[in-house]
Write a protein that binds this ligand. Structure first.
Ligand code: KQY
Length: 366
């Protein structure tokens, strides 16, 4: 494995879309007691269900800490690769490499990770175990690594259509806790150089109360080049209404890298999901401070789905819109089986199915 200091775009590499063929998927076995209630037992069951479905059509690699290895090996299917690797939490989307390809081989990008905002508004300290994972995973997969640790970025804050367009949110990428010394123009240029793209679409906001500074992967996703789903509510009294409306207005006003107008499909949101007293009681404090408070609204959204080779895995919340989300996505992914996974126990950690997965594109790996 080589550590590269060149520019992926100059080397002919780009980030493929998630709906392109995968070699596999990286996940992390949950363990953090201030993120996951009751010693992460319910979260482990939900992760195992996700892993069981994804592993039907692509190779899943699960990182488990030394203390959790036996539990992971016991709970997960035999065809899943479980490896021992330390982590601070379990958000593979944000701490595993972002993979780029030239069509023949893949390489990983090792971004800097500072727990969604470092000492400014990050969610935990320390985060050094997480920050080391991307490079270790490239080593494991024997793929070359671009050293981009000087640029703070999480995988959940970008989407690629694989045809030159990257989508992100201003609230996250321009936040003070990430790259405060860079201008918007410099950040955009860095995205284009690293992801081999031609245009960045900047949504203004994400999902209300999303503690990642509103990652794009919770509000909007490409379903094919030129088409997206956008999390939506018709309730004008909900603070989410203005946030989604600003994204809709923007998306209707722009074209992508190939000059196409964007077709936007509204994906209804579930009714607000809030944490219960019992769930809070199951969470450890962080340095003496509770990580959740009863009644707190979680950033629930159906847009946080994962597209595997054979399935689209969609979070479910026991809401009347669960089925509607499955129906809409089934229409947009006709060659895949769209399946729901009850995801409240993932959501309590602060993210959802997309956030706990990171795809490895197919080119070059067997
Ligand atoms: O949504 C994500 N990509 C990560 C969420 C992190 C939440 C930590 N409590």
């Amino acid at each position: 494995m080589r550590i590269l200091h060149s520019v992926p775009a100059d080397d002919g590499f780009y980030m493929p879309a998630e709906f392109s063929p995968h070699y596999g998927c990286i996940m992390i076995f949950p363990h953090r007691r201030d993120s996951w209630q009751n010693g992460a037992y319910a979260a482990r069951k939900a992760f195992a269900e996700v892993i069981g479905i994804i592993s039907q059509t692509e190779k899943v690699t699960v990182c488990a800490r030394y203390d959790d290895y036996d539990s992971a090996r016991f709970m997960l299917p035999e065809n899943v690769r479980v490896i021992e690797m330390e982590s601070d939490d379990s958000w593979a989307r944000d701490v595993a490499p972002t993979f780029v390809t030239n069509g023949k081989e893949i390489r990983g990008i090792d971004w800097g990770f500072n727990a969604w905002g470092g000492l400014e508004d990050g969610l935990y300290f320390p985060w050094d175990r997480d920050n080391k994972m991307a490079r270790k995973l490239c080593d494991l997969l024997d793929v070359d690594t671009y050293d981009k640790r000087s640029f703070i970025l999480e995988g959940g804050s970008i989407h690629s259509d694989g045809e030159g367009t990257i989508m992100t949110t201003e609230s996250c990428l321009l936040s003070r806790g990430r790259n405060p010394d860079m201008t918007r123009e410099q950040i955009e240029a860095e995205l284009l150089r690293c992801l081999g793209a031609k245009k960045v679409l900047w949504l203004r906001r994400g999902i209300y109360n999303d503690e990642t500074n509103e990652h794009v992967d919770n509000i909007c996703a490409f379903t094919s080049p030129g088409e997206v789903v956008l999390s939506w509510t018709d309730d004008r009294s909900d603070p989410q209404y203005e946030m989604s409306a600003s994204c809709l207005e923007y998306l209707e006003s722009v074209t992508d890298a190939r000059g196409r107008r964007i077709t936007v499909h509204k994906l209804p949101l579930p009714a607000p999901v809030t944490v219960t007293e019992e769930e809070c009681a199951g969470l450890d404090d962080m340095n003496g401070v509770p990580t959740r408070t009863p009644g707190e609204r979680l950033a629930a959204s159906y847009a946080n789905f994962y597209i595997s080779n054979g399935h689209v895995l969609v979070p479910q919340f026991g809401d009347k819109n669960d089925e509607k989300a499955i129906d809409i996505l089934s229409g947009l992914f006709p060659t895949r089986k769209v399946v729901g996974v009850y995801a409240r126990d993932i959501l309590i950690g602060g993210g959802n199915i997309h956030c706990i997965t990171q795809q490895i594109p197919a080119a070059g790996l067997r």
